[in-house]
Design a protein around this ligand. Structure first.
Ligand SMILES: Nc1ncnc2c1ncn2[C@@H]1O[C@H](COP(=O)(O)OP(=O)(O)OP(=O)(O)O)[C@@H](O)[C@H]1O
Ligand SMILES: [Mg+2]
Length: 268
C-alpha cells in the first residue's frame, strides 16, 4: 500500500475528480506545541462511507472540527466540491451542505424533538430566506424538520421534550438535527458513543439507511459499526494518517495491526 498522504495527492485513474466531494491538502492544526492534526491529505468520495478511526487523542475530532469550520486551520486547505472552504465559519460550511454531529450529545433538552429539528433546519436558511420571505421560510423549515424527524425514526416522539427520550433516542435525534440542515455530506463524530448493544444496533441500522443516500464521514470507535458501514477506512495516530484505503486493505495492513488494531482486532 502506498502511504496515505501521497496516495491522496495523486488521483488514480478510477478516482474521477467529480466524485471527490471533500478533500484536505496538508491539513494541520496545532494547539501550542501539540500538532493535533498533522499534514492530513485525504479524499472523500461521493456516495461512500469513509470511516476515520484511531486511539484516543489521535486527532479525529479535531479533524472534524476543521472540516466543519469549528476550528481554524493552522496550515493546509479544505476543498468542498472543488472549492476552498478553508476557514469559513461553521454556519457557512453548514449552509454549503456539510452537516455534522457531535461526540457529546448536543440537543436542547427542554424543547420538543420537532423543535430541535426545526431549529437545525432554520440554521441552514440563508439570511434572505429568513427575513425577506418569512411565510415561505416558515413552511419550508417545518417541512424539513418533519422529514428529518421521520428519517431519524423519531416521528412518534415529535412533541416530547428531547430531554425525556432515552439516551439512544437522543443520539438519533442528533442525527435528525443534522438531516434537517439538508446536507450532502454527513460528518458524524462518534454517533454510537455511550450506547448499549441494542441501541447501537438500531442506530447502525439508521446509519446504513443514510449511507445509501449520503456521503458520510464516520468517526467511530465501535469496530462492528465501522466494519459493517464503511467503504473506506482511514487510521489516524498522533495526528497523522497511518493508512487509508478500502476497508479490507487497511484491516490487513501490518502497520495498522501493530499500531492500532492489535492481534485480535480488538481496538480497545
Ligand atoms: N481545544 C484544544 N486545546 C488544546 N488541545 C486540544 C484541543 N482539542 C484537542 N486537543 C488535543 O489534541 C489532541 C487530539 O484530540 P482530539 O479530540 O482531536 O482526539 P480524538 O481522536 O477525537 O480522541 P477521542 O477518541 O478521545 O475522541 C489531544 O491530545 C487533545 O488533548
Ligand atoms: Mg474525539
Amino acid at each position: 500500500m502506498t502511504t496515505p498522504n501521497t496516495a491522496a495527492a495523486a488521483p488514480t485513474l478510477s478516482e474521477d475528480a467529480a466524485a471527490v466531494v471533500l478533500e484536505t491538502r496538508g491539513l494541520t492544526r496545532n494547539f501550542g506545541g501539540l500538532v493535533a492534526v498533522n499534514a492530513v491529505s485525504l479524499r472523500f468520495l461521493s456516495g461512500q462511507t469513509h470511516a476515520v478511526i484511531g486511539p484516543n487523542g489521535a486527532g479525529k475530532s479535531t479533524l472534524v472540527n476543521l472540516l466543519t469550520g469549528h476550528l481554524p486551520v493552522t496550515r493546509g486547505e479544505i476543498l468542498f466540491k472543488g472549492r476552498t472552504i478553508t476557514n469559513l465559519p461553521a454556519h457557512r460550511v453548514s449552509q454549503l451542505g456539510i452537516g455534522r454531529s457531535y461526540q457529546k450529545t448536543n440537543i436542547f433538552p427542554a424543547f420538543s424533538c420537532f423543535e430541535n429539528c426545526r431549529l437545525a433546519a432554520q440554521s441552514r436558511l440563508s439570511t434572505s430566506m429568513r427575513f425577506v420571505r418569512p411565510a415561505l421560510a416558515y413552511h419550508t423549515v417545518n417541512e424539513k424538520a418533519q422529514a428529518a424527524l421521520e428519517a431519524c425514526g423519531l416521528a412518534r416522539h415529535r412533541d416530547r421534550a428531547a430531554g425525556t427520550i432515552s439516551y439512544g433516542e437522543q443520539r438519533q435525534l442528533e442525527i435528525g438535527m443534522v438531516l434537517a440542515t439538508d446536507p450532502q455530506l454527513l460528518v458524524l463524530d462518534e454517533p454510537l458513543a455511550g450506547m448499549g448493544v441494542e441501541e447501537s444496533e438500531m442506530l447502525i441500522g439508521l446509519l446504513k439507511r443514510l449511507a445509501s443516500r449520503y456521503t458520510v464521514i464516520l468517526v467511530e470507535h465501535d469496530m462492528d459499526a465501522v466494519f459493517s458501514l464503511a467503504d473506506v477506512l482511514t487510521v489516524m495516530v498522533n495526528g497523522t494518517v497511518l493508512e487509508s484505503g478500502p476497508v479490507d486493505m487497511v484491516r490487513a495492513s501490518q502497520a495498522v495491526q501493530d499500531a492500532y488494531l492489535g492481534d485480535g482486532e480488538e481496538a480497545y
